[in-house]
Design a protein around this ligand. Sequence first.
Ligand code: F0G
Length: 427
Amino acid sequence: MSGPIPWRLKCVECDTMHRGDEVRYRCDCSGTLDVITTLAAANRKPLLETFDARRSSFIPADVSGVWRFREIVLPLSPDEVVTKGEGNTPLYDASSLQDFTGGANLRLKHEGENPTGSFKDRGMTVGVSMAKKLGCDRVACASTGNTSASMAAYAAQAGMRAFVFIPEGKIAFGKLSQALAYGARTIQIPGDFDAAMELVERVCVDEGIYLLNSVNPFRIEGQKAIALELMQDLRWSAPDWIALPGGNLGNNTAIAKGLLELRDLGLIDHLPRIAVIQAEGANPLYTAWHDGTDVQPLKANTLATAIQIGAPVSWRKSLRGIQSLNGVVEQVSDQEILDAKARVDAAGIGAEPASCATVAGVRKLIQGGVIQPNESVCGILTGHLLKDPDTVVRFHQDQLESIDPGAAANPPVASDGTLEDVRRLLR
Ligand code: F0G
């Protein structure tokens, strides 16, 4: 790489600064790293006008809901980026769920409506663009499915070889099929996501393959764009709360970082609070938060396979962000997740199970008096409904162990194919 680059990497544990143009995921002390970008003193109005103007540009990097904010995300030039036009996701009015959540002012930002069907595309466009800038032609990740689907697609577009490490039998079919289809070498590991994560980090360092899990600090920079785009959607006025699911804890880390940077630049005048929702069977952050301890790894088990993670890599950064935003951590059961999913789906919005932990968590926090019924809440839906069709079909046919679909069950009904019988079914 030639010429000075305007960012450096700072250790979250010991504050040591590292160069921004070396392949490095951790400090020598093993702490994870933050990208620190030297931003020119922002002039609020021109910057916001630029962000708005780019929405109607014909340059792919301008239209991207990540690179449109490149001054804050990562100042690469438009011709350096590998983009699929990610972002620009809808912000649905979900006030029709009021009878379920108890809140009158819920909106849902649907990150599942990204090019590969999950929020991961925002981090991946930056991760793969950095891989290209650093001259890497092989990339790898461990995944519960969405990261691998996204990485496989962006790597293929950039002409890179992709290696994905997945926990055997524990990822939803939609996601596995994407990794295979986009041509990634898909390595199934006996064991869970946490085992795959540990392995891939070692393999990447040993073999000189570029690691694209969220331990890679550039992934976090891209992921920040959820917060940036949400604030642009809301005309730079923050809601009372942002709620999202937590697994490996990269996303809430990124959203907090993005919001704090917007506040520091004077682009928003107040910060929202953040609510991170974990599945009861995969709740190491929830436990640490409530006990005031470090995160203790556990064996994770939840139907929301995307967040079936017991040893989250980014927990320290994540806690720091939650504290800065006066946030909370909540947990919800699989039954609560699937009840919420049935409502999100039936509202015509639709999302994969892990995403719906968001809505289940909002409901629980309103019931518990933490979120007030009239407060404005923006929930993040992280993955598309079609990522996990198996769980949907089994839910509606009452075939999921220990889950009761109740009145939400909508199984297919059989007909003998005669007009008379079909008429009977329409009644
Ligand atoms: N929701 C979905 C749909 C996910 O795929 C993930 C994480 C999360 C929420 C949690 O986000 O890890 O940033 O706290 N999926 C990763 C993967 C682990 O491999 O696809 P997080």
